[in-house]
Write a protein that binds this ligand. Structure first.
Ligand SMILES: Nc1ncnc2c1ncn2[C@@H]1O[C@H](COP(=O)(O)OP(=O)(O)OP(=O)(O)O)[C@@H](O)[C@H]1O
Length: 470
């Protein structure tokens, strides 16, 4: 049975694919192994894909054009073949198979080799977060990804059409968060967006406004950047002569957003008097300009954003609890880019697609540059990725190939050592080995992991446990 790139392996044959194996359950969430096709470096505009491994016994990856997912339901094995449009891949490049509940990657005598975390390998027992490189195509393996039993086993192009720009993701849980935003957007419920700088809070606020159907404007206000003594005048407007410098009547930002959306960025920076005035406006649905004698009705929808936890600020008395309650009708936490590495290709594609079409179509990323990008931690999140690609594309020039040296030094350095996550894990292992006198079983117990897993990590980080023996 052959499916086009956008088809799913469920469908008429879904029963034959259904598994007797129950997914791992942790709390209320299902966790299943997944393989993500994150990026085709030679054509970064190509959409990513996601495959759930839960109902499969084998997966084969090889060259084929156009990209295809081909399911074979032999009685003994539930197989899926991924054909990727990559001329550096061999026709059968690598296989994934299950061995004692673990997924093992075997190179199928490929011409250009199989790489896991940048190291050439012929066979590798996969671990959570492993970056697999076949030809110029990059995959991420996730051992136990939170998902829903109803999620499609294969997700590709069609399922990646977001309701609004900025609401696309290949991650099942984040996809559900984004999906829930569609009915929320159409209501007047206030929304709080939390996330580190550059995670896309304003992009999301604009998406909510676009989906809301509200006829007024989207008005973005950076609460931290308003001049301190003019915060209220800027927000609520003023009458001519209300204070020195008020040479004319001003509408104010709140009224500019009438029948539209007021986006209050860095809401945690709003001074206490302005918090009180905003609360009054939200409760009474009217604004009184500074120096004015009467209030004016406003039809307001507020979306607030913060890079800090407002709940913690409320608990510390630094932010009004009653205002927080008004604003937090629905809360969304936008994950940092390092926690959604699976979306890196999708986001890079969205950013590159803003270039003129003929230039966008020419862009290629050299595999070494792609590897560095997939290992980098992106402390500046999507904004950092956007800047990095913007410069790299200019440096790549006419040729259009983004090389490692076109990337900022911080991204280049990601190729040299461990990622922050790996370094933290290595440090934890070393600390526990010291504490437990090199006893691997005790270390595994302390970490709540299998002994085998700890041994694999020791091998990966080149740590000799015997040097910790007392
Ligand atoms: N999903 C996305 N697709 C494409 N570009 C994105 C996406 N999310 C964010 N960006 C880009 O990243 C940059 C930062 O996004 P945005 O300003 O929305 O982040 P933010 O969380 O509001 O940042 P800050 O907290 O610093 O205000 C923007 O230039 C935006 O275009």
């Amino acid at each position: 049975m052959v499916y086009a790139a956008n088809a799913m392996i469920d469908g008429p044959d879904s029963r034959t694919l259904s598994s007797t194996e129950e997914p791992k359950e942790v709390g209320d969430t299902y966790h299943r192994p997944h393989l993500f096709l994150v990026l085709e470096a030679h054509r970064p505009l190509a959409p990513p894909a996601r495959v759930s491994l839960a109902k499969l016994d084998e997966l084969e990856i090889g060259r084929g054009s156009p990209r295809q997912m081909e399911a074979t339901n032999a009685p003994s094995a539930r197989r899926l073949t991924i054909r990727a449009d990559d001329r550096r891949m061999s026709s059968t490049h690598a296989r994934l198979g299950k061995l004692l509940q673990r997924w093992v990657l075997d190179d199928a005598k490929s011409k250009n080799g199989t790489f896991v975390n940048g190291i050439r390998t012929t066979r590798d027992e996969l671990e959570d977060g492993d970056l697999i490189e076949l030809g110029q195509t990059f995959f991420l393996y996730r051992e136990a990804l939170p998902c829903d039993p109803n999620d499609p086993p294969v997700l590709d192009r069609t399922a990646l059409r977001p309701a609004a720009p900025g609401l696309a993701t290949v991650l099942p849980q984040l996809h559900r968060v984004f999906e829930r935003l569609v009915p929320i957007a159409r209501s007047t419920i206030s929304v709080i967006l939390e996330g580190e700088t550059g995670t896309g809070k304003e992009v999301m606020a604009r998406a909510l406004h676009a989906l809301s159907g509200r006829p007024g404007d989207f008005v973005a206000v950076n609460c931290g950047a308003l001049p301190k003594d003019l915060v209220e005048a800027e927000l609520f407007g003023h009458k001519k002569g209300a204070f020195s410098g008020a040479t004319e009547d001003r509408l104010g930002l709140v009224r500019s957003a009438d029948r539209g959306t007021l986006f209050l960025d860095e809401i945690g920076d709003l001074p206490a008097p302005a918090q009180a005035a905003l609360l009054r406006t939200l409760q009474e649905r009217e604004v009184r300009p500074i120096g004015g004698t009467r209030s004016i009705a406003v039809d307001l929808r507020v979306i607030a954003a913060t890079h800090r936890s407002l709940e913690r600020m409320v608990a510390a008395g630094a932010f009004r609890a009653d205002l927080w309650n008004r604003l937090a009708g629905h809360k969304v936490e936008l994950p940092p880019l390092r926690a959604r590495r699976e979306d890196l290709g999708l986001l890079a594609g969205a950013i590159l697609a803003r270039l003129p079409p003929d230039q966008a179509a020419r862009i290629q990323i050299h595999p070494r540059a792609a590897r560095a990008m997939l290992r980098h931690d992106w402390p500046g999140n999507v904004r950092e990725l956007e800047k990095c690609l913007g410069t790299a594309v200019v440096l790549a020039g006419e040729g259009g190939v983004v090389e490692l040296e076109h990337l900022p030094p911080a991204v280049q350095r990601a190729l040299e050592g461990l990622t922050a996550e790996e370094a933290a894990l290595r440090d934890e292992l070393i600390a526990l080995l010291k504490e437990q006198g090199g006893n691997i079983t005790a270390v595994a117990k302390a970490m709540g992991k299998a002994r085998m897993q700890v041994q694999r990590w020791l091998k990966r980080f080149g740590i000799d446990p015997t040097r910790f023996r007392r």
